[in-house]
Ligand binder design. Sequence first.
Ligand code: SAH
Ligand code: SF4
Ligand code: F3S
Length: 437
Amino acid sequence: MLRYHVTTFGCQMNAHDSERIRGMLEELGLGEAPELEQADVMVFNTCTIREKAESRLAAHLALAKTIKDADPGRLLAVGGCFAEVQRERLFEQFPQVDFAFGPGSIATLGEWLAVERNGGASGSFGTGAQRRFAAELPGRRERAFQAWVQISMGCNSVCSYCIVPTVRGKEMSRAPGEVLAEVESLAVEGVREITLLGQNVNSYGRDLTAVERTTFAELLRACNRVEGIERIRFTSPHPKDFRGDVIAAMAECDSVCEHAHLPAQSGSSRILRAMRRTYDRGRFLALVAEMRAAIPDLAITTDLIVGFPGETDEDFAQTLSLVEEAGFDAAYTFVYSPRYDTEAASLPGQVPEDVKRERIERLIELVQATANERNERRVGGVEQVLVEGRSRTDDSLLRGRTRRNTTVNFTGRSEPGELVAVEIEGATSTTLRGREI
Ligand code: SAH
Ligand code: SF4
Ligand code: F3S
């Protein structure tokens, strides 16, 4: 039996796509190799959101080349966002690659493999007739009780720093009937927690026909009615599209978790305008206040960028103060990275590397302090935890996540997939500690 190995970079969308790549390869009769070194078919599902993603990939592809040089029978396929922006150029840069495919044409990997195994051609890029939802392919989930559910692909926003719209194309919503059918069959299979996925989940449905037209709030309510699904998460919403109906649905639906990942990007209205985010600091904070008022105990996490072109000390100070004012429970912090063909890459006032470094260090410090303080408030309380497995650092402890999406390491006897009550005894900036009761 031929064996495959998939290495995944990037966001949850890529994690979801990789599950579909695995499912498709297994349907073709391949088995999974635990390590790259043992795989006949080596697949890399790539990301291009920041420059660092690419330098990491280059190192991995160099290793794949060494493996291929020793055993030329192995196949190397590169998919995902980096492959999509590079297209044919990829083969010049990395001649060891046999096949490349974009995020909208995952199925072409299976088609190519069927030909290649009978002596087909190498060095081609998979072009599907049209973009297809990865969700249509068979999937192989990492955990039996948790699942990603793709609700849309692409992005219609025009954030001036971001390459995603170029790579993933215009936003296309998946038919609500298909989404629900998937959620229902997942529930039957024993899935208890779903995460609805899209680049901008809150604009879901706007492109559907009048007959199918469903808003994101309606989709949340429909998922909430599915028996057996006890936790519903979603990522990411865009603050500009986060309307009252979604807040009301979050507040009313028992299964929708008390967590929103709400990417702010910056605390400066001037920078937000240059980023083309279409909200300003005041509107963002008003939204946070509205959400907190409607959903008691809500956790809000965010994404922040430092060093966007033209960012002054004063703009950066506004981002720092936003972290305090909004009270983020966690934040992913990024150094601005110019991407090809994006508007921001050619803006004047690119910020020097040392200034970016100094700013990100200060931001991380503040984010950690804020997160730590918010986690400390949970100590003494009881949280519902979905058990995921053993603690990553201490094998004697179990690990799981609260409804607010915080990782908890705890003593107890429960099994992965169980929902248990855990008394919280300690906190760090990223985790809680406790004991099952
Ligand atoms: N669609 C999602 C996330 C897209 S990418 C959303 O809008 O929420 C994830 C994060 O990467 C973004 O939120 C942003 O903070 C960051 N990012 C995107 N492009 C970037 C760039 N050129 N440099 C640095 N960070 C970037
Ligand atoms: Fe990129 Fe903005 Fe779309 Fe998110 S909303 S994927 S940051 S363009
Ligand atoms: Fe990266 Fe593509 Fe996701 S660029 S962040 S893998 S949409």
